[in-house]
Design a protein around this ligand. Structure first.
Ligand code: TYC
Length: 101
């Protein structure tokens, strides 16, 4: 008797997960001048004057503001560079990162 071999009609697909994006978060403090925060946002995150002013004002009023989302490495680099720029001027300004849900 002949054996009937049926091939699967679809190939098993490897599930590739999209890498999670990470938020860069600007934290408020009482010492860094507003203008300096705006300057750093423009330089490091390529924001316009009005975008940067809006993000700075939100952090100032609410304590923190999401600046942008990037892959993990880029988010961490940008947060470190922006924080270092403030340290060089003696300001306590802080940028942190956290994964998006
Ligand atoms: N709170 C600061 C001030 O009154 C300005 C400031 C805004 C600092 C946003 C940090 O993330 C910040 N000079």
């Amino acid at each position: 008797m002949e054996e009937i071999v049926t091939k699967p009609t679809t190939k098993p697909q490897l599930k590739v997960e999209r890498p999670r994006l990470h938020k860069v978060i600007l934290l408020n403090d009482d010492y860094t001048p507003r203008d300096f925060v705006v300057t750093v946002l423009k330089a490091e995150f390529r924001m316009s004057e009005s975008q940067a002013a809006r993000v700075m004002t939100t952090a100032h009023q609410r304590g923190a503001c999401v600046v942008a989302v990037f892959t993990k490495d880029v988010a961490e680099d940008k947060a470190t560079n922006a924080t270092d720029a403030a340290r060089k001027q003696g300001y306590p300004l802080l940028f942190t990162t956290e994964p998006e849900e």
